[in-house]
Design a protein around this ligand. Structure first.
Ligand SMILES: [Zn+2]
Ligand SMILES: [Zn+2]
Length: 377
């Protein structure tokens, strides 16, 4: 199912500021509130879910950047805690609305802000030659990402005794606030929902438990990949916050066009130009394959468009071991840049064709002119 554009869902422009996005979210959340939608709760709930997801992505700087660049593809498969793992609690005391109210009444950015949050998934676009795609290849890639801090091992502090229970919420992660008519539960402003605080934050990561780094990874690309294939490296995305699991890295394959071969799934096609002498008399011609040259027998009287199939000279199927074929398409080339001698030989050949009244050397030509004659006769 094609997903709707997040900006469209919120009814804001692509250049909307965070406060415009918040405003749109608040308005739509009110609109789809269960109290106002007694008759069609299910529909309102679905709408609200969409709105919430759009809001969460577009107010998260990194996720927004990923979305702006890759669209929904940025979050395919197991996107982290931000957009869905919590699920939608349903109406009537569900957690979803608690989040909204904490947003409305001056809380932070809902849960997720500083609590354990799974790292974002990353996408890396890799460009391969046809040869690499066909044979498979090992590639080193450099990915700018967040990795677990090696000083504190993701704890945010060097000594585990420095992680203490939060005084403000006594470890609950939430506090009760009274706002006019509402008694709302709000994320604890001191520990941002973690229930724990770090007394002496790690100097390297400032207590975040992760640092920015360009990671070098070795990726094994299987034989037979094609443009559009994705390889998932589990846990190689961004490190999670505060010890949460890392996201995944998706390596998106793109195969460059080849000078000789055109690919069609596991089959290859190539053009084999031959001269009129070879085409007429037949002979051997060397044709290229991905694994070197092979000899192809051209029978006498071969015409342009004739196709020869070389079994098993294509590309291995990504699933299974079946090999594709190589299709060689013959093109008979009219000679150019002729010497005087060659011109004479051809002139002589032409004369001999003319002398033959049966036109048996050019059956196609004869049949064509017979039809033309009939047409005008
Ligand atoms: Zn650290
Ligand atoms: Zn707290």
């Amino acid at each position: 199912m094609a997903k709707k554009d997040y900006y469209e869902i919120l009814g804001v422009s692509k250049n909307a500021t965070e406060s415009e996005i918040k405003k749109a979210y608040k308005r739509l959340a009110m609109k789809y509130h269960p109290d106002k939608n007694q008759d069609n709760k299910a529909e309102a709930e679905a709408k609200f879910k969409e709105v919430k997801e759009a809001y969460e992505i577009l107010t998260d700087e990194q996720k927004k950047a990923a979305y702006d660049q890759y669209g929904h593809a940025a979050f395919e498969q197991g996107f982290g805690a931000g957009a869905g793992s919590g699920g939608f609690g349903g109406f009537g005391g569900g957690s979803a609305f608690d989040d909204i109210f904490s947003d409305f009444f001056g809380g932070g950015r809902g849960r997720g802000g500083q609590g354990p949050t799974r790292g974002s998934d990353l996408q890396y676009n890799i460009s391969l030659t046809l040869e690499e795609a066909a044979a498979g290849v090992k590639k080193e890639i450099k990915v700018p990402t967040w990795v677990t801090c090696d000083v504190c091992h993701g704890q945010g502090t060097e000594k585990s005794s420095d992680v203490v229970t939060c005084d403000t919420c006594h470890g609950a992660g939430v506090v009760q606030m009274r706002q006019g008519f509402f008694a709302v539960q709000q994320e604890c402003p001191t520990c941002h929902g973690r229930g724990k605080v770090v007394k002496n934050p790690c100097k390297k990561c400032h207590g975040e438990g992760r640092v920015q780094k360009t990671k070098t990874l070795s990726v094994t690309i299987p034989a037979g990949v094609d443009t559009g294939n994705r390889i998932r490296l589990s846990g190689e995305g961004e490190a999670g916050l505060n010890g949460a699991p890392a996201g995944d890295l998706y390596v998106q394959v793109q195969v460059k066009p080849h000078a000789i071969f055109e690919r069609d799934g596991s089959n290859l096609h190539c053009e084999i130009p031959i001269n009129i002498a070879l085409a007429s008399l037949g002979g051997e011609v060397e044709v290229p394959t991905l694994n070197g040259k092979v000899s192809l027998t051209i029978p006498a009287e071969t015409q342009t468009g004739k196709m020869f199939r070389l079994r098993g000279k294509g590309i291995k199927s990504l699933r299974g071991s079946a090999m594709g074929d190589l299709y060689c398409h013959v093109v008979v080339e009219t000679p150019v840049n002729l010497t005087t001698k060659q011109k004479e030989l051809l002139k002589e050949l032409g004369e001999s064709f003319k002398a033959d009244k049966s036109s048996k050397h050019s059956p196609k030509e004869k049949s064509f002119f017979d039809k033309v004659k009939k047409f005008f006769g």
